[in-house]
Design a protein around this ligand. Structure first.
Ligand code: SF4
Length: 298
């Protein structure tokens, strides 16, 4: 587990799974793949197998040893719900999250259909306790279900995947549901999913960073912030990206109306567009969903 992380919306990362396969346009410049492949073949390195999927059972209990409560991004270098991860292994990850109740776990996926299916297949005993498979057999957890300290989220880089993934998320039981619109590749209409009314609590938004970053218009981000405000959904602007663009209005009287708005690069000093002090004032928004109030029954 990485006790420190540069990801602004979390405190730490925990990777009981390593490696993944690309599934949608948001994966094109996957930072996890770039990092992992750098170490392919390096004997003894955690990413000796590059970005190939690998379960890491020796990492699974790490959050239990972490005393100070923190937000933990689960599988920042992978996707817990990809096909190659067995149901029983997901059970073990959730049982650790149940036991490490002092932490808040943020599970983000691009495979919400598997996530939903995994939740739908949960069994409960006569007392209503969730039954999860652990190393020592079936465990019956006397905790509320869904777990109050686990936030579930989906990545939505464009409208197509917003329309596909958000409804699946909204049909999955979760204490807190969130979306990550990063890398944001186009403007999004979230209003059609009635985000506030149907139980979306948080939206992270950001442009792409790294080499070859695709453009992200500040207008797209501004529009998402506005939609979240309207729906009473917390919003966290992570970064404007390495290729931020802005809309500029020209007032030359000879221009046709549709020529009056131009999109042009927004020059920022920070190479990821991550320095909040450089941003337009209205984009400086970094909110978290309301802290949970549930108390565990034990
Ligand atoms: S789902 Fe996430 S970890 Fe997997 S390839 Fe895509 S961006 Fe990378």
């Amino acid at each position: 587990m990485a006790d420190r992380t540069a990801i602004q919306w979390t405190d730490a990362t925990w990777n009981p799974v390593r490696g993944c396969t690309k599934i949608s346009p948001g994966c094109a410049h996957c930072y996890a793949e770039t990092f992992a492949e750098r170490f392919r073949g390096v004997k003894g390195h955690p990413y000796e197998q590059g970005f190939d999927l690998r379960l890491v059972p020796e990492k699974i209990e790490e959050p239990l040893r972490w005393k100070k409560p923190r937000r933990v991004f689960v599988n920042s270098m992978s996707d817990l719900f990809q096909d190659g991860v067995p149901d029983e292994y997901i059970d073990r990850v959730f049982s650790v999250m149940a036991l490490a109740e002092r932490h808040t776990f943020q599970v983000l996926t691009k495979r919400p259909e598997r996530m939903r299916a995994w939740f739908a297949a949960r069994r409960f005993d006569v007392k209503g306790y969730a039954i999860l498979q652990t190393e020592s057999g079936e465990c019956h957890y006397a905790f509320p279900w869904p777990l109050p300290n686990v936030w579930l989220g989906v990545s939505v880089e464009n409208q197509h995947f917003a329309d596909e993934r958000i409804p699946l998320l909204l049909h999955t039981p979760a204490a807190v549901r969130f979306i990550s619109a990063e890398p944001l590749l186009e403007g999004l209409d979230l209003a059609k999913h009635r985000p506030g009314a149907l139980g979306l609590h948080w939206c992270i938004v950001g442009g792409e960073s790294g080499p070859g970053a695709r453009p992200c218009e500040t207008w797209w981000i501004r529009n998402i912030v506005g939609q979240c405000r309207y729906a009473d959904v917390a919003v966290f602007v992570k970064q404007l990206g390495a290729n931020p663009q802005q809309r500029v209005m020209y007032s030359a009287p000879t221009f046709e109306p549709d020529q009056l708005i131009h999109v042009e690069p927004l020059k920022l000093r920070d190479r990821k567009g991550g320095d909040i002090d450089e941003w337009p004032l209205d984009l400086r928004v970094r909110e978290f969903p309301t802290e949970r109030t549930d108390s565990r029954k034990g």
